[in-house]
Design a protein around this ligand. Structure first.
Ligand code: NAD
Length: 353
């Protein structure tokens, strides 16, 4: 943001891709103490609108040119999924730390290219797997690590989205990379291991380029079986759980279950603890991902941004979202997509390449 003195520890940040989620990142990084020194988007009118809204002087449709001009400490990549890996690598080569929205990449080869570029540049990459930072998932993870379920045997992870989102953005990439990647990452986080094999099935509705339903089974080293399911079939008449600070209204409904030899933990991703019936409609707003609290965005998104700022400044180890685990998640998602294509079980490619 412009017009204020720079604090010594304030990271200088460029956001690349200022669509719905990128604009939210501009806000949250600013609120977390970053100075937004430039914005980039291919869409000139969107770029001008967001730059005006947040008072950012430097805006360019060419990320490489912008980075060369403003030399930020860090880049937030919130553009379309297909360009994440290349933008992350270009940012690393420009000497920047990188926060890259999920998915880190659309293939394990690309994920490993990012990993190698980060190692070569001596910079950090934080993948935006937001669910890890949600309080309820953190509690699940801590419960598993403390042995509260005994020996972990099974995970059941489900996340459904509004049917209308298929047409809005869901058809630009396979839903495995949009919705399932969150739960695949949670499975990696809860097991602490890469997946070994995947087998998956899908169902498509008329008029959609991508399947609306995916059911996948993954097995992990150590004998843990995970089911990951996603259906983009929640009707618009369902209570909206996503509204407010994100320029997208609709519903995410999800559940997670952790089963072990000594117990079961179960939680809902989006709680219906708060119900709002107004003349605008019926809502059960999410209070875990990016709730607005006292005029600021809190929840998992703010915790994830705070974490990235600490990692980039060298004040904490990248232990909450290690890049290696993001690569495992991409490799598992890649195997799920391959299984959907071949209709056969697929071995997950190792990331020790
Ligand atoms: N963590 C979460 O819960 C969550 C939620 C929503 C979106 N996302 C992720 O955020 C990313 C953006 O999603 P969105 O919903 O904001 O999409 P969007 O379509 O609203 O915005 C994407 C923007 O990126 C721009 N863009 C595309 N290619 C570019 C390039 N090469 N250089 C610069 N700009 C480019 C587009 O013009 C567009 O404005 C996606 O990766 C999505 O998966 C994450």
């Amino acid at each position: 943001m412009t017009g204020r003195a720079r604090h010594r520890d304030e990271p200088r940040v460029v956001v690349v891709g200022v669509g719905r989620f990128g604009a939210l990142h501009v806000r949250v990084w600013s609120e977390a103490g970053a100075r937004i020194v430039g914005l980039c988007d291919l869409d000139e009118s969107r770029l001008a609108e967001v730059a005006g809204r947040f008072g950012v002087d430097r805006a360019d449709t060419d990320a490489a040119l912008l980075l060369a001009k403003v030399r930020p400490d860090a880049v937030v990549v919130a553009a379309d999924e297909a360009v994440h890996a290349d933008l992350a690598i270009a940012s690393l080569r420009a000497g920047c730390h990188v926060f890259v929205e999920k998915p880190l990449a659309l293939s394990s080869d690309d994920a490993l290219r990012v990993r190698d570029a980060a190692a070569g540049a001596g910079r950090q990459v934080v993948a935006g797997q937001i669910s890890r930072f949600a309080a309820l998932y953190t509690r699940l993870r801590d419960g598993v690590r403390a042995g509260r379920v005994g020996s972990l045997r099974a995970l059941r992870l489900r996340r459904d989205f509004s049917r209308a989102w298929l047409a809005a953005f869901g058809d630009r990439v396979h839903p495995v990379w949009e919705s399932c990647i969150h739960d695949i990452d949670l499975a990696v986080c809860l097991t602490g291991r890469p997946a070994r094999r995947a087998v998956a099935m899908e169902s498509t509705i008329p008029g959609s380029a991508q399947p609306a339903v995916v059911s996948a089974l993954l097995d992990f080293d150590g004998g843990v079986v995970a089911t990951v399911e996603s259906a983009w079939l929640v009707p618009d008449s369902a209570p909206h759980t996503i509204s407010g600070v994100l320029e997208l209204a609709g519903s995410i409904v999800g559940e997670a279950e952790v089963l072990g030899t000594g117990g079961v933990l179960r939680q809902r991703l989006v709680s219906d603890a708060l119900v709002e019936w107004t003349d605008d409609g019926i809502g059960a707003p999410d209070l875990s991902l990016w709730p607005e609290e006292d005029g600021r965005v809190g929840g998992a998104l703010r915790r994830e941004v705070d974490y990235a700022i600490e990692v980039f400044a060298g004040r904490r180890a990248p232990d909450r979202m290690p890049l290696e685990e993001a690569c495992w998640g991409v490799a598992a998602a890649e195997a799920v997509v391959a299984s959907l294509g071949s209709r056969e079980p697929v071995r997950v490619r190792g990331c020790d390449r």
